[in-house]
Design a binder for this molecule. Structure first.
Ligand SMILES: Cc1cc2nc3c(=O)[nH]c(=O)nc-3n(C[C@H](O)[C@H](O)[C@H](O)COP(=O)(O)OP(=O)(O)OC[C@H]3O[C@@H](n4cnc5c(N)ncnc54)[C@H](O)[C@@H]3O)c2cc1C
Length: 448
């Protein structure tokens, strides 16, 4: 059953067209040596009694937090294969994982790709040691799938930009110190070309965050109202008007279930950095909510526990040949997904940009999550309907199941991924009128 575990990121190089992450790996030792070096470090340094903040700092300083990232930014510039060994050593040592959330799986890879040295120096330390939480301010009430149609404005005022508009579905924005934001800087340009990308301070007048409650009972999402909020020009990521390209880099990482910035442990929600890390380690599964589990990819790990404990006539579910068959299907799809992810990474390393293959990964990811949900609920039987802390597995699988449908929507819906695959992989014609819309100034497009 250990094959189902997915809490050890495979590690991959970022798709950065510039910057330090393109440097040659600093460690060329064979995989076994990386495992030994990491295991020795964990044996000496893992301490469940220190605070979560202190542990994350220690992990980042040593470069074991995100092993594929550059030295000095929480990593060691390792290859994906070597990083896998390092992460395996962490799991074997029972040590708690690095921080996990928008900061690590979206902001960091985009910063590594497009950030200036000054931006990297200012923002990466707080990301890799988990002190700064981030949110993603992309979607708008009228622009979700058609994100390029967004209407939030950014107007230049001296050395600053003044931001006005509304964003929605912003995960964890109520806890975020900073946000990655796309806004329209030139309405006279066609919709994809007049957008710029910013790093915004969420703790300022003019940023109003209002939580939205979902059917899970949690409030993971928010509406964010921006009323003349300010961003220094030094916090623009990429050139003015280049925001769409930068945002596509962010989304390609969001759609990759093997993104190395997406680990186990805490993803969203409020985190007390001062509690001993051991308290969190004991709740790697139980302490997180359904959202974190689904987005962070911990579902198969929980399924592993469930099938070991539930099943026909009190036997583990694995005693049932039909259940075994379903588990093997999930395993096979996860393997295929990883290989596709590695193929995409190799293409990027060879000088390309993230391509439409990430859309197949995204589609497969939401499909696998539904299969994990169904296999788990079948194994649990009526227990699967129980929720709350007294329910089996702290009610977490129920929460995961409730959250699973959201995975077909987050990061671009399944339908939109199918459109991308149809147009860019299969060569099917684009939607009627789309070519014309892409050429017209955004200000002349019809809007509801
Ligand atoms: C778990 C989760 C987390 C999220 N986190 C964030 C976040 O942190 N930050 C953020 O900015 N956003 C976030 N979102 C928002 C997400 O990106 C949008 O919900 C998504 O892009 C869809 O946009 P929409 O909700 O406006 O739906 P719409 O675009 O209005 O789509 C409605 C329906 O129409 C279909 N549809 C639309 N256009 C087409 C088309 N051309 N062809 C075929 N079908 C089409 C869609 O597939 C969908 O079924 C999150 C969403 C979820 C579920």
């Amino acid at each position: 059953m250990t094959e189902l575990e997915i809490d050890t990121p495979t590690g991959r190089q970022s798709s950065a067209p510039n910057g330090a992450e393109n440097a040659e790996p600093r460690t060329t030792a064979p995989d076994g040596e990386v495992y030994s070096a990491a295991a020795a470090w964990y044996a000496e340094h893992w301490d469940p009694t220190i605070s979560l903040a202190a542990w994350w700092e220690r992990l980042a300083d040593a470069g074991w937090a995100f092993p594929t990232w550059p030295v000095g930014f929480g990593g060691r510039g390792l290859s994906g294969a070597a990083a896998k060994q390092a992460n395996r050593a962490r799991v074997d040592a029972g040590a708690f994982g690095p921080p996990n959330g928008v900061a690590t799986f979206l902001t960091a890879p985009t910063l590594l790709a497009y950030g200036t040295q000054d931006q990297l120096d200012r923002y990466m330390p707080g990301i890799v040691n988990g002190r700064d939480r981030w949110c993603q301010l992309f979607s708008e009430p009228g622009s979700g799938s058609d994100m390029a149609g967004l209407a939030t404005r950014a107007e230049r005022d001296g050395d600053e930009w003044v931001i006005t508009g509304q964003k929605v579905w912003n995960s964890g924005a109520q806890f975020a110190r900073y946000g990655i934001l796309i806004a329209r800087t030139d309405p006279a340009q066609p919709k994809h070309r007049g957008i710029s990308y910013f790093l915004i301070d969420m703790e300022q007048p003019g940023v109003d965050v209002r939580p939205l409650r979902e059917m899970t009972g949690d409030a993971a999402f928010n509406e964010v109202f921006l009323a003349e909020a300010r961003v220094p020009d030094a916090d623009r990521l990429g050139e003015p008007g280049e925001g769409w390209r930068v945002a596509m880099t962010t989304l390609s990482h969001e759609r990759d279930p093997d993104n190395p910035g997406m680990g186990d442990g805490v993803a969203f929600g409020d985190i007390d950095l001062d509690t001993p890390v051991g308290a969190h380690a004991s709740t790697i599964v139980a302490g997180v909510d359904g959202f974190s589990l689904a987005i962070g990819g911990g579902g198969p790990k929980l399924l592993e526990r469930i099938v070991a404990e539930h099943g026909p006539s009190g036997l583990p579910a694995t005693a049932d040949p039909v259940a075994r068959q379903r588990l093997m299907e999930i395993l096979a799809q996860r393997r295929t997904s990883r290989w596709s992810s590695e193929r995409a990474t190799s293409a990027v390393k060879a000088g390309g940009q993230p391509g439409p293959e990430v859309s197949t990964l995204k589609l497969l990811g939401s499909h696998i999550a539904r299969q994990v949900r169904d296999a788990g609920l079948d194994a649990m039987g009526a227990d699967g309907m129980l929720w709350g802390e007294d329910a089996p597995h702290n009610g977490l699988f129920h929460a995961y199941s409730m959250f699973t449908p959201a995975l077909s929507i987050a990061g671009g819906t399944d339908e939109v991924q199918r459109n991308i695959i149809g147009e860019r992989v299969l060569g099917l014609p684009r939607e009627p009128g789309e070519a014309e819309q892409r050429q017209k100034p955004w200000s002349e497009l019809p809007r509801s």
